[in-house]
Design a protein around this ligand. Structure first.
Ligand SMILES: [Zn+2]
Ligand SMILES: [Zn+2]
Length: 119
């Protein structure tokens, strides 16, 4: 694993832990103030987990976007095969770009209109 990727993972991990801890405290305090004293730690845990999952998704989307920009598969890092289909005349269909990984089942279709796409 390249060092930069490892560092990015560590940074995201630290961010998740910090945010989850902060939201655990906030969630516990808010529910205690609302009178749910007994349930307060439980509410804190639920809020912390929700925050952690949200940030983890951001981190993964970030990682996917960087990999796709390099033309690499976000799952296994292999080079992606690109296939472009031109738009059909009269905008019957928009142009699209199909990215497919030869090593794993990763597949993504993105809208793409190139210079030679019929307008
Ligand atoms: Zn085209
Ligand atoms: Zn792959």
């Amino acid at each position: 694993m390249p060092t930069s990727r490892y560092a990015a993972m560590l940074a995201w991990g630290a961010l998740i832990v910090l945010a989850a801890a902060a939201w655990f405290v906030t969630g516990t305090r808010i529910s205690a103030r609302l009178g749910f004293d007994a349930a307060a730690p439980g509410v804190g845990v639920i809020v912390a987990v929700a925050v952690a999952v949200t940030i983890w998704r951001w981190g993964r989307a970030d990682h996917d976007a960087i990999a796709l920009e390099r033309g690499a598969c976000p799952r296994c890092g292999a080079g992606l095969a690109r296939r472009h289909e031109h738009a059909l005349p009269g905008m019957r269909r928009e142009g699209m770009l199909e990215l497919r990984c030869p090593d794993c089942a990763f597949e993504r279709i993105e809208p793409l209109t190139c210079d030679r796409c019929a307008t």
